[in-house]
Design a protein around this ligand. Structure first.
Ligand SMILES: [Fe+2]
Length: 189
């Protein structure tokens, strides 16, 4: 980051009014600081789009899990209240990690609720009125949807876009969801 700032500053401080070949090219700091990481920009932006879709899914599931943390009731209240808190805290960290992965590829991380609702592949229907078991089943269904989607996403990142870094990142994410899904599934048996 320090290098980027230094280079951007160096361009901005060039003397004005002296035409040169460089003036034919827009003095864009984006161009100067474009990532040279062996992935073409078009491919990189395609991966960023995938990451923003994953980000939307994770944020919707984070919000749903937090809502269930607040509203769960019944004989298992204490256990489920704590379980859902642990899970939304993990999802909060995942949200941050996915957004910063998009930034690592020089993309813009989606950050508005409107974008998340538009991009998500999860069902964002009103879920008030679920009993405790229904909440667990709803969360399990969402984690399993995420697992299936991530399995496709990570293959696309590698096979179509040559981005093994994001493939590895999404693989670890899928594994985290597989573990959470196991814990939720165990409550239903
Ligand atoms: Fe709380």
């Amino acid at each position: 980051m320090d290098t980027t700032l230094h280079r951007m500053t160096a361009v901005d401080s060039q003397p004005r009014g002296q035409a040169s070949a460089a003036d034919a090219v827009p003095a864009s700091s984006t161009r100067i600081a474009a990532p040279e990481i062996g992935i073409a920009e078009k491919q990189r932006q395609a991966v960023v789009a995938i990451l923003n879709t994953v980000l939307a899914d994770e944020f919707v599931l984070y919000t749903k899990t937090r809502r269930f943390h607040w509203n769960v009731q019944g004989p298992d209240f204490s256990e489920l209240h704590d379980l859902f808190q642990k899970q939304y805290e993990q999802l909060g960290q995942i949200v941050d990690d996915v957004a910063e992965r998009a930034r690592s590829l020089d993309g813009v991380a989606a950050g508005s609720l409107e974008e998340y609702v538009r991009l998500t592949r999860l069902d964002e229907q009103p879920t008030m009125g679920y009993d405790a078991r229904g909440m667990i089943a709803a969360l399990l269904a969402d984690h399993e949807t995420l697992i299936r989607n991530l399995r496709q996403d990570l293959r696309i990142c590698s096979d179509q876009h040559g981005d093994e870094g994001t493939m590895d990142f999404l693989t670890a994410l899928m594994q985290a969801h597989e573990k959470t899904a196991w814990m939720l599934r165990a409550h239903l048996r």
